[in-house]
Design a protein around this ligand. Structure first.
Ligand code: PAF
Length: 292
């Protein structure tokens, strides 16, 4: 497995693979890899020579504490990538990716100002800026993203379509722990009590998925189910919404295949999760919500 630090070296490596007529696949990450990443990387390795970037991107954090607290587990990340058959890891330092003191940026408008965008101003601009850089370095490829970050995935799709990046996108369903919590690099900071509180999120998504499966299509009713399960959980809920999967605007009256989005804080840990009703396999969530 190659470990590359320099952007030009990484771009040359990706070009050399395409020169052999082999497909390049790409999984961008911020490290602290868990089973959710392993799922993305496994799929990417099965589809071509897989590149994984590990870079904690400072421009997408809107709090310095959040950036400083972000875990780094490079040795473990390296072994996991090696085991999964990754071709190369790209771990640049911040100066290599942001060589100028007042950096430019790439942004998409509209989708980036709702939900996460409203609560974390500038976050998506940081994400699209770093991905624009990484996509330019990797070149034509298939890139894999987790659907846990539903809005990020939509924002990235928009960027690729709007700016004609030669990148095919694949979205991989969310991976969950046994208690239903979506895997996230932030979960290790949850205390036992916070973790119990956090379990209300998959329970709420399960309750709404169950209602949808039983035929409920009234947006207000589905919204009520989502919110009532979160009430009294001890979580501080930022939003619990039912949205149109393409535009991310709140779903109106009768809905077909909307996405339930939740963001909430347990203790000091901010968590996001979602369920795409009628599309995601929500059987595990429904079991949690109904007990059978
Ligand atoms: O989802 C993430 O881990 C990050 O937002 C990404 C896509 C690697 C960009 O820094």
């Amino acid at each position: 497995m190659h470990i590359l630090h320099h952007p030009v070296e990484f771009a040359q490596h990706c070009n050399s693979i395409r020169a052999l007529a082999q497909a390049v696949t790409f999984v961008p990450t911020m490290g602290a890899l868990h089973r959710g990443h392993a799922e993305l990387i496994g799929q990417a390795c099965a589809r071509g020579r897989c590149m994984v970037s590990i870079f904690v991107n400072p421009t997408q954090f809107n709090s310095i504490q959040d950036l400083q607290r972000y875990p780094t587990t490079l040795d473990a990340d390296r072994s996991l990538c090696e085991r999964l058959g990754v071709d190369a890891i790209f771990t640049p330092d911040a100066e290599a990716l942001y060589p100028f003191p007042s950096p430019g940026h790439v942004s998409v408008t509209g989708l980036d100002s709702l939900w996460e965008g409203a609560h974390r101003p500038g976050h998506f601009q940081g994400v699209t800026t770093v991905l624009a850089k990484l996509f330019h370095l990797v070149g034509p490829c298939t890139a894999f993203f987790g659907r846990k970050d539903f809005q990020q995935w939509r924002v990235v799709q928009r960027m690729v379509d709007e700016f004609f990046f030669p990148v095919a996108l694949e979205a991989v369903p969310c991976v969950r722990d046994l208690d239903g919590l979506a895997l996230s690099s932030r979960n290790h900071r949850l205390t036992e009590r916070n973790r119990q509180q956090a379990q209300a999120i998959p329970r709420a998504l399960g309750a709404v998925a169950q209602a949808y499966t039983l035929g409920e299509r009234r947006a207000d009713e589905l919204r009520r189910t989502l919110s009532s399960t979160l009430e009294g959980s001890g979580l501080s809920v930022e939003y619990a919404a039912l949205v149109d999967p393409a535009t991310l605007v709140p779903a109106q009256s009768q809905v077909d295949q909307p996405v339930a989005l939740v963001a909430a804080t347990a203790g000091s840990v901010r968590l996001i999760d979602n369920c795409w009703l009628g599309v995601d396999d929500a059987s595990g969530l429904v079991t949690l919500a109904t007990g059978h």
